[in-house]
Design a binder for this molecule. Structure first.
Ligand SMILES: Nc1ncnc2c1ncn2[C@@H]1O[C@H](COP(=O)(O)OP(=O)(O)OP(=O)(O)O)[C@@H](O)[C@H]1O
Ligand SMILES: [Mg+2]
Length: 1051
């Protein structure tokens, strides 16, 4: 029935910039007006999309922080939506529904760090929706004056990670997690989940703390990040109206989902193991369920809703398309770098709002039982009275009925007593925990301690280990006394010792144990200072809080997880300056460099953990984080964005793989699964095909070389020696290559064919050969000789990749690869390509067992002479997206562009000379006509006849001399240009070298000094060569112009 249907309500909320975004001078790409939200494409602000939702919350700006840390609207009319506003709109509605007996669900969806947990849970001063609902719920219960109305509230908290359900309130952990079962009446439910009866908000607060602590420990023990798990809190509210004999029951599900980008960042890059991971299954299935339900809502029939495909969707079945009133809050990151992810969140929300639910008022099975029992009792009583009325004395029957009656009464009492008993137990637990918390608070005021710092701010500061006087051993072991038990990847049985003596605390690593303090690995004991950062094992991060006397009113918030990782990255030698241009023109930090730094610090701890797991599981793999410079693949050589890659090396065989960031993250999830299984079942066995550490041996991209094509536009042969530079900018090999303009039949064009004006090529056929001759000094073969190389390249917009043959075991491989290409009709686009692009040549490393590179020639059409046609209609359109990135050009590149502009100028001079030529020709013609007419008038008919007779012989001769004069001039120009373009090639090469010139990692101050001197020398050389280049051209042109003018007799 359509009348009963109600759509899922959707709200969006945009948070303030975080520190990282502020540092990067991020732009906000979201705007909100009433309930519409607009997102702008940062690359093209004209490209905007507007969405309408039930609510749009602007929490990005116009707020102030009050003294106690509360974020509130800056002024009375501020549009800032604070926590209270969000609660009033969303939380209160949920609570009202619940009072009426409807099930209610609130889902928070959004990218990691977008504010899901902040909206749902918040912090102590900025209370989120969940605590606000609970507080309000008990307030209303307290205020209830109706003695015939009883309330029962119970609370459960679970986490779904990797398709396993973990009860966050239970101390005992079932291996493999709790089971999800299905019941005809209840639908899907978690078997054995602890549901704690509560009588006050204080109890719920404590339970949430307990759950968060359990989440934190799980996250460190399983080395799994909380943002990859879903948290589901269920508050069950029962209202028993004794008078009306009516029971209403409502389940409020409050779901803080895993970061949405997990759905996309893993398994998306064609990884062989993409199907294997369960980490994202719930989130992916949720997306599928929502999409299917949206289709149903628009009238599509027979759509399968895949609820059963994941644990999360099973548990949310009633919330999505079922018996629940559901609200989703989609949280948005405001920064430009999050554009793709934020847009995808908005689209997700758009689909969700279409979902239709059918909520009904509920009765719980146990209450029904009471009702049924009571109904049965009434029947029995009626029967008894009838028996009496009938006057029949069936004693035994009456007795039987009385017995049944009293049994039923007992059952009713038992059910009610059980609730009281549960309440009593919960009360005792709560009191115990309350005592523990009070004790912890006291300890915090007396002793120094270490405080856990988690990637998820919600889980930071949850675990505290106190360092009381004396010596304390820290490690996995909990056997001895005076032990601080810490679990985590790479933590040893005995990991470190803490000593607290004479008002000082020192830490001392045990044996090989990994302890890092403030970014530096610790080799011996050191005294700790208040707020020192400690990393134990792979990535267990703690902040040291000194003695109470050392503490000030400082803000520890800035010492977050990112701070730890940035400090470590810098200490390990990650240098933003090495990534190139760190500041953009407006003096602000270059966002692309900051983005790569951010990526680096995000992936860095994962790499450390992968290495630790590889070691513990005896996989023999070593992972290393690298920054790949995309300029390597850019045919314009622009300094584009950088990218993180992970180089994987087998320690024994020295086989190498290069994984993209997404592939590595996917594999890391799978490694965690495997590692977890190993910990639980102590099994190392895994099918090689399913082993996340294993991949078939493949070719490795070693580096790229750029060969500038401009000389071809002038039909000038180019003979080059170019360097292959690897992703870090150092030389991998040298390549000898020729680019040869030729005729259709392959004859090499000579100097006479050199063009001054490349536009002469327009509309003509043009042939050229790429001749890859030999490589020199291939580093890939330096260490291990059982390796080979192969070279690949593609031309213009032709999709085909051409490969040379493979050459094995040779550091100086002879490749001798020659291919002729033909453009049947040169277009302006192709000409532009020649004039501004380089041929990007990729060097591939082959290793034992890998398949050599080859490409089918199906997409290649050849002329009858055998040239590959590259302007074939089937080829894809050349997409020049790189052009838009001109603003990243480094200064030197701009200089080069200037030079090219000057060439344009020279070309213009040439053009005007031509015009002058034409003018002279006309003058000459006029003069000759004048002469002729004069002689005509003087000499009469004879002359006219002889003149007209001599005309044909005279004019061709004249034109001939003009023609040869022009040709002579053009040839001189051509030569000058040839010299220019050849010297320009070497200038470009030098520029490339300069760009990649970086100090080596180990360089100390002296090394850096040498580097700077070298750099200065190189710059000077570059500048001189550039000057020489242009001045030679200017001189040559000036000489040609002068000669030409002399010859034409102007002066
Ligand atoms: N509306 C807001 N106002 C102020 N600060 C916010 C707001 N939303 C989020 N933040 C801050 O942004 C940071 C990240 O938020 P939060 O932890 O809620 O993200 P999340 O979406 O839960 O991420 P994850 O998927 O990793 O769990 C926190 O420090 C939080 O305090
Ligand atoms: Mg969160």
């Amino acid at each position: 029935m359509a009348a009963n249907k109600d759509s899922v309500k959707v709200a969006v909320r945009v948070r303030p910039f975080n520190k990282r975004e502020k540092d990067a001078s991020s732009r906000c790409i979201i705007s909100m007006n009433s309930n519409t939200t607009t997102i702008y494409d940062p690359r093209n602000p004209q490209n905007r999309k507007t969405f309408t939702f039930d609510y749009a919350y602007w929490s990005h700006s116009d707020f102030i922080k009050s003294k106690d840390g509360m974020l509130v609207p800056g002024e009375p009319n501020s549009r800032y939506a604070d926590q209270r506003k969000v609660y009033q709109d969303l939380g209160q509605g949920i609570l009202e529904n619940s009072w009426q007996g409807y099930n209610a669900t609130l889902l928070a969806y959004g990218q990691t760090g977008s504010g899901k947990s902040y909206s749902m849970i918040g912090n102590t001063v900025n209370q989120g929706i969940i605590p606000a609902i609970c507080e309000e719920l008990f307030k209303e219960i307290r205020e209830n004056r109706d003695s015939n109305r009883q309330h029962q509230v119970s609370f459960s908290m679970l986490e779904i990670y990797n398709e396993q359900v973990v009860d966050l309130l239970s101390k005992s952990k079932a291996p493999g997690g709790l089971k999800v079962r299905e019941d005809q009446q209840r639908g899907f439910y978690v078997e054995g989940l602890k549901s704690v009866p509560c009588e006050s908000y204080g109890q719920i607060e404590r339970l949430m703390e307990q759950g968060t602590r359990a989440r934190t420990t799980a996250s460190t023990n399983m080395n799994a990040c909380s943002s990859r798990s879903h948290m589901v809190i269920t508050i069950q509210l029962k209202q028993i109206c004794t008078k009306e004999n009516l029971t209403k029951q409502s389940n409020i599900n409050l779901v803080d989902l895993a970061g949405s980008e997990r759905q996309r960042s893993s398994g998306s890059e064609g990884d062989r193991l993409k199907e294997g991971t369960a980490v994202n299954l719930s989130l992916t299935t949720l997306g599928n369920v929502i999409s299917s339900l949206a289709e149903v809502a628009v009238g599509k029939k027979s759509v399968h809703i895949p609820y059963r495909d994941s644990v999360l969707t099973k548990l949310l079945q009633s919330a999505l398309g079922g018996n629940s009133r559901t609200v989703m809050i989609a949280t948005l990151s405001p920064a430009d770098i999050c554009y793709e992810e934020t847009l995808s969140t908005l689209r997700y929300a758009e689909r969700t709002k279409k979902i239709q639910n059918q909520a009904v008022i509920n009765e719980s099975p146990s209450e029904r039982l009471v009702k049924e029992l009571k109904a049965e009792n009434s029947k029995l009583l009626l029967k008894l009275s009838r028996l009496g009325q009938d006057g029949r004395r069936a004693e035994d029957e009456t007795q039987g009925l009385r017995q049944l009656l009293s049994q039923n009464e007992l059952q009713i009492q038992a059910i009610q007593a059980l609730w009281q008993q549960h309440l009593e137990e919960a009360r005792r637990d709560w009191e115990q925990q309350y005592a523990d918390v009070t004790q912890e608070r006291r300890m915090m005021q007396s002793f120094p301690y270490i405080l856990n710092i988690n990637e998820d701010p919600q889980l930071s500061g949850v675990v505290k280990h106190f360092i009381q006087e004396g010596e304390w051993e820290l490690g996995l072991s909990d056997r001895a006394s005076n032990v601080i038990t810490v679990k985590g990847l790479g933590i040893l049985d005995r990991h470190a010792t803490f000593t607290n003596m004479n008002g000082k605390v020192a830490i001392n690593p045990c044996g090989e144990a990994k302890v890092i303090v403030n970014g530096a690995p610790l080799l011996k004991g050191t005294e700790l200072q208040h707020l020192d950062r400690i990393i134990l094992g792979s990535n267990s991060t703690y902040l040291y809080i000194g003695f109470p006397s050392e503490r000030r009113d400082e803000d520890w918030g800035r010492l977050d997880y990112d701070f730890f990782q940035s400090e470590l990255a810098v200490a390990e030698g990650f240098d933003m300056d090495k990534l190139g241009d760190t500041s953009s023109k407006n003096g602000k930090a270059n966002p692309s460099v900051l983005a790569v730094f951010h990526d680096y610090i995000k992936v860095m701890p994962m790499v450390t953990e992968a290495n630790q797991m590889s070691q513990e599981l005896n996989k023999g793999m070593e992972f290393k984080l690298e920054v790949k410079n995309l300029a390597m693949c850019d045919s314009k050589g622009h300094d584009l964005e950088k990218e993180i890659t992970v180089k994987v090396t087998h320690k024994e065989t020295k086989q190498v793989w290069v994984w993209s960031k997404a592939k590595f993250i996917n594999r890391k999830f799978l490694m965690e699964e495997l590692y977890q299984r190993h910990m639980e079942e102590d099994t190392m066995c895994v099918d090689r095909e399913k082993d996340p550490f294993w991949d078939p041996v493949d070719c490795v991209h070693l580096g790229s070389a750029h060969v500038w094509l401009q000389s071809l536009a002038f039909c000038i042969k180019l003979e080059e020696q170019v360097e292959f530079l690897n992703s870090e900018g150092s030389e991998e090999a040298i390549l000898q290559i020729h680019l040869v303009p030729c005729t259709a039949t392959g004859e090499v064009l000579g100097e006479d064919d050199i063009l001054i004006d490349p536009t002469e090529l327009l509309g003509r056929r043009f042939d050229f050969q790429i001749h890859i001759i030999q490589g020199f000094g291939v580093k890939w073969l330096k260490e291990i000789t059982d390796r080979g190389v192969q070279i690949g390249y593609s031309v213009y917009n032709h999709s085909h990749i051409f490969y040379t043959k493979c050459v094995w075991n040779h550091m100086n491989p002879t490749l001798e690869h020659k291919t002729q290409f033909a453009i049947l009709s040169v277009s302006q686009d192709f000409l532009n390509y020649l004039q501004t692009n380089a041929l990007v040549i990729d060097l591939w490393g082959l290793q034992a067992g890998c398949i050599e590179m080859a490409s089918s020639m199906e997409d290649v059409t050849v002329t009858e002479e055998g040239s590959v046609i590259i302007d074939d209609l089937r080829t894809s359109v050349f997409c020049s997206t790189m052009e838009t990135n001109g603003n990243h050009l480094p200064e030197l590149y701009t200089q080069l562009t200037k030079l090219e502009q000057e060439t344009e100028l020279l070309r213009a001079i040439n053009e005007s000379l031509r015009k002058e030529n034409a003018c002279l020709k006309k003058q000459l013609k006029n003069t000759s006509t004048k002469e002729n007419s004069e002689s005509e008038s003087k000499g009469g008919n004879h002359h006219r006849i002889s003149s007209s007779a001599s005309q044909p012989s005279l004019l061709p001769k004249r034109t001939d001399s003009r023609g040869s004069f022009r040709r002579g001039c053009d040839a001189e120009f051509a030569k000058a240009l040839k010299v220019f373009y050849q010297s320009m090639s070497s200038v470009r090469r030098q520029l490339q070298l300069l760009r990649c010139h970086r100090p080596s990692e180990e360089d100390d101050l002296h090394g850096l000094q040498l580097f700077t001197e070298e750099q200065t020398k190189m710059l000077k050389g570059f500048g001189e060569q550039l000057e020489l280049c242009i001045s030679t051209l200017k001189q040559d042109v000036a000489a040609i112009v002068k000669r030409k003018r002399e010859r034409s007799g102007i002066w």
